[in-house]
Ligand binder design. Structure first.
Ligand code: ATP
Length: 509
């Protein structure tokens, strides 16, 4: 996988992601999506939306406002419990999330395991059995036990709000500040992640508001409106994509952890008592969604939570192998009836459902799936970017995006800028653009134009040459194999459809 710095610079150089307000030196952990980034992001969002809303007759979408009545956040528990444990290093004055310091320590042990695995794989060659090696090699087993016991203790201390023990753990593990190298730590404190703002002009009558830290609450407060107006029957889901805001303490790692980001969430309302099966089912469905993009089964894993959020009775992350290791990409949470019951209590309005099959009223239980759109963007982008050495010894930069997500699907290139080739190329653009995002490029030698499209992730290039004028054929070049094939212009739509039609991708879920 490509070095992280290269990923960030490629994202900028090719118009995917820019630092926000860069002319003022940027704003920490805030980013702007550029001309190609916005298209990739939209394609990921559409891929999610289609799989959730269009393909499930019992899931509908909404788009709730970012501002919500402030009591929402009392009821949801965010005012009291949406905290991260922070710790300061007294020498560097840098602030860290205490849990992340411990997790990073464990990630280092994990790297040691990976090294052992690679060494053994080389030694044993063909006959190497990774699963058996992980289960039996004494050194690896020792490392794994160490990780497990550290994470268990961290989970338990956070659960009990025993922040003194979190600090003890950091001291016992001898964790040093990455900046100053010192172990001179403050106590661990809780820090609320919500951004506050005010609604209204005059100081006395202004109302304190929060920017929403998750989109989910917009769904909960609309539960009954949607259920009634959509005549929805349980089980049913409400999906939403939109911005969320968190005043993250450790905001590094590019778009992995941002202060303003976008979530794609779905709340699935179910009868009480059925949460276990639905939780398992959604875990699998969501993993299948990720796998359908073809980025390698080995790059995903589940991580079941030790420490449960205040609203959950079970929770798991789908982790992805980012350039800096396996990290959370999506969360699947069994949220019980916590949110709806709490909104009932705080609003004084009933949020119940009459179940004709059970012949009773109840507050539904909820299973949530929540994936960060920007994090998904980073997963796709970092997986896709690679440097390839070609047969002739030269190299190329390839952005091997799943073609259904690529910002531009087809680039049409006239071999030369004369003899009627640009005109024919433009005719082809005009015929394809109704179905696919199509680009036209006539600048530079055709080889350089291919390289540029490879680096942008464009799955197909169509080259128009003099023969095209005579027999109405063009060359169709495949981004990944670089193979070129002579194809009749009339056959282009069906050839492109084979790979680009979203249906073929979604059917794999
Ligand atoms: P983390 O442990 O990484 O802080 P979280 O457990 O707080 O994440 P959730 O509240 O479950 O995250 O949010 C659901 C999803 O939203 C996450 O899986 C992630 O993809 C995304 N997400 C959360 N916080 C951020 C952020 N600061 N920047 C980008 N994406 C985020």
């Amino acid at each position: 996988m490509t070095d992280f710095k290269k990923i960030i610079s490629h994202a900028k150089e090719y118009g995917f992601v820019f630092p926000s307000s860069e002319i003022y030196d940027g704003l920490s952990a805030v980013y702007d999506y550029a001309q190609n980034g916005v298209a990739l992001k939209k394609n990921i969002r559409d891929y999610w939306w289609k799989s959730m809303v269009q393909l499930h007759s019992n899931i509908v979408g909404i788009d709730a406002a970012i501002f919500m009545h402030p009591t929402t956040w009392k009821a949801s528990g965010h005012v009291d419990a949406f905290n991260d444990p922070l710790i300061d290093n007294k020498d560097s004055k840098k602030r860290y999330r205490a849990d992340v310091l411990v997790e990073d320590y464990c990630a280092k042990i994990e790297t040691k395991i990976e090294k052992e695995v690679n060494k053994a794989a080389k030694r044993f060659g063909e006959s190497f059995d990774k699963t058996q090696f992980l289960a039996t090699n004494p050194r690896v087993v020792g490392y794994q036990e160490k990780i497990d016991s550290i994470l268990k203790r961290l989970g338990q201390s956070l659960e009990k709000e025993d922040l003194a023990d979190v600090k003890n753990l950091i001291e016992e593990l001898d964790i040093a500040c990455p900046e100053s190298g010192s172990r001179n730590w403050t106590d661990v404190k809780q820090f609320n992640l919500m951004f506050g703002t005010k609604l209204g002009a005059s100081a006395d009558s202004a109302m304190d508001l929060y920017l929403r830290p998750e989109t989910a609450q917009g769904i909960f407060v609309n539960f009954l409106n949607v259920q009634k107006t959509g005549r929805m029957k349980i089980p049913f889901g409400i999906a939403q994509t939109g911005k969320a805001f968190r005043n993250e303490i450790v905001a590094r790692q590019f778009i992995f952890r941002m202060r303003e980001f976008e979530q794609m969430e779905m709340q699935f309302f179910i009868p009480p008592g059925t949460q276990k099966e639905w939780y398992e089912q959604w875990k699998q469905t969501r993993l299948n969604w990720h796998l359908s993009l073809g980025m390698g089964e080995e790059n995903y894993r589940f991580h079941d939570h030790e420490k449960l959020a205040h609203y959950a009775d079970a929770a798991a992350d789908i982790e992805f192998k980012f350039p800096f290791g396996f990290k959370e990409l999506e969360g699947i949470h069994s949220r019980t009836d916590f949110d709806l019951s709490s909104h009932e209590e705080f609003s004084g309005k009933k949020l119940q459902y009459f179940d004709p099959e059970r012949n009773e009223n109840y507050v539904p239980y909820v299973v949530e799936t929540s994936v960060g759109l920007d994090r998904m963007f980073l997963a796709v982008f970092s997986w896709a970017l690679r440097e390839e050495t070609l047969e002739d010894g030269s190299s190329r930069t390839l952005l091997k995006l799943p073609s259904v997500l690529a910002p531009t699907k087809v680039a049409v290139l006239p071999l030369v800028k004369k003899d009627g080739l640009p005109e024919l190329a433009n005719e082809i653009v005009d015929s394809l653009k109704w179905e696919h995002a199509t680009a036209y490029d006539e600048k530079d030698a055709v080889g350089r134009r291919y390289r540029r499209q490879d680096a942008l992730g464009t799955p197909f290039c169509i080259t128009v040459d003099h023969q095209s004028l005579e027999d109405k054929t063009v060359t169709l070049r495949d981004r990944d194999s670089m193979q070129q094939e002579r194809v009749a212009i009339a056959d282009l739509p069906s050839r492109l459809d084979e790979q680009l039609n979203i249906k073929h991708w979604l059917q794999k879920i």
